[in-house]
Unconditional design. Structure first.
Length: 116
């Protein structure tokens, strides 16, 4: 439900005929057991583009998998969270210091991949 709501919000101004999506992939982050979570990355794509739809001008991406697009967005999300981490800040972070001095994702934070 969260994935489809987020997709619809992002594409509300785009004509439905231009969307052409085949697969929807999203990564949802949950903190604790309360609430539904939040979509931190979303992507759409297709398995492959047919020959007549290929563009020699580079206007079509061939083999654009929704899972890969979503994964790339997820990595960007994690990197941005890492860069914003401050052990002295009062802001809530998904990271915490581990015993070995490295960062780890907090135990109550979970990520879920949704594909449809």
């Amino acid at each position: 439900m969260l994935s489809h709501q987020r997709f619809n919000a992002l594409t509300a101004r785009i004509q439905h005929s231009l969307l052409g999506r085949k697969i929807l992939a999203a990564i949802i982050m949950r903190k604790g057991q309360d609430g539904l979570g939040v979509v931190v990355s979303i992507g759409t794509g297709n398995r492959c583009v047919k020959g007549e739809e290929l563009s020699l001008k580079g206007e079509t991406v061939n083999d654009c998998h929704a899972e890969i697009i979503s994964r790339r967005g997820f990595l960007r999300f994690l990197y941005s969270e890492l860069m914003a981490f401050d052990p002295l800040a009062t802001e809530e972070s998904i990271f915490q210091l581990a015993e070995d001095g490295k960062l780890k994702i907090k135990d109550d934070v979970s990520f879920h991949l949704y594909i449809r």
